[in-house]
Design a binder for this molecule. Structure first.
Ligand code: SF4
Length: 188
């Protein structure tokens, strides 16, 4: 069974980002999928998709003040979701060393900057504080490319799930898997 719901990923303490809050969450996994078969062809297709995505976002001219607040989950009280396909790309590129066992901060957020910029997931690429961009572009672009990532996962027979990124990375560092349908993530 695959369940869809729109979640508010960011807390309402930041009204400027509220338009971005509703994102597609696919929370239940196809348990019959085989083990990860992420290979160079899949990586090339994902990177090509990221290049098109980044170009499409750039064409809308979003304003970035370089505050770094979009990555500071503790300060903004939000949860970033990512697909297991993208997380596989991240751990195969960056490894899992340095992923702290607890806390809300993204392990790649270093000194106010992203240390995983080339492999950052869709949610990081489409989010900007710019209210006009949020209102007119972010959700549309997000849903378009999320659908492409899901299709790539199914084409590549890579297990597909949409999971809270930091919690999933921690689980991977501990257990060698991003999620366990029998043990839902704890957001408390
Ligand atoms: S992956 Fe990079 S851009 Fe995304 S939340 Fe982490 S530090 Fe920020």
């Amino acid at each position: 069974m695959i369940a869809f719901s729109y979640l508010r990923l960011f807390a309402s303490n930041c009204g400027s980002i509220s338009e971005f809050l509703r994102v597609l969450c696919v929370s239940v996994v196809k348990s019959s999928m085989p083990e990860m078969t992420f290979n160079s062809d899949t990586r090339d297709k994902l990177n090509a998709m990221y290049a098109r995505l980044d170009a499409e976002v750039a064409a809308t001219n979003p304003v970035c003040r370089m505050s770094g607040e979009c990555c500071n989950f503790e300060k903004m009280d939000h949860v970033l979701f990512a697909t297991t396909l993208e997380l596989t790309n991240i751990v195969e590129t960056k490894g899992v060393d340095g992923i702290a066992p607890e806390g809300k901060l993204c392990p790649f957020y270093k000194e106010g900057k992203c240390s995983a910029r080339d492999v950052r997931p869709l949610g990081c690429r489409v989010y900007f504080c710019d209210k006009s961009y949020q209102k007119n572009h972010s959700q549309r672009i997000y849903e378009k490319y999320h659908a492409e990532i899901e299709a790539l996962a199914r084409e590549s027979e890579v297990e597909y799930a949409y999971v809270p990124m930091v919690s999933a990375l921690r689980r991977y560092a501990r257990e060698g898997r991003f999620h366990d349908p029998a043990r839902p993530f704890d957001f408390s």
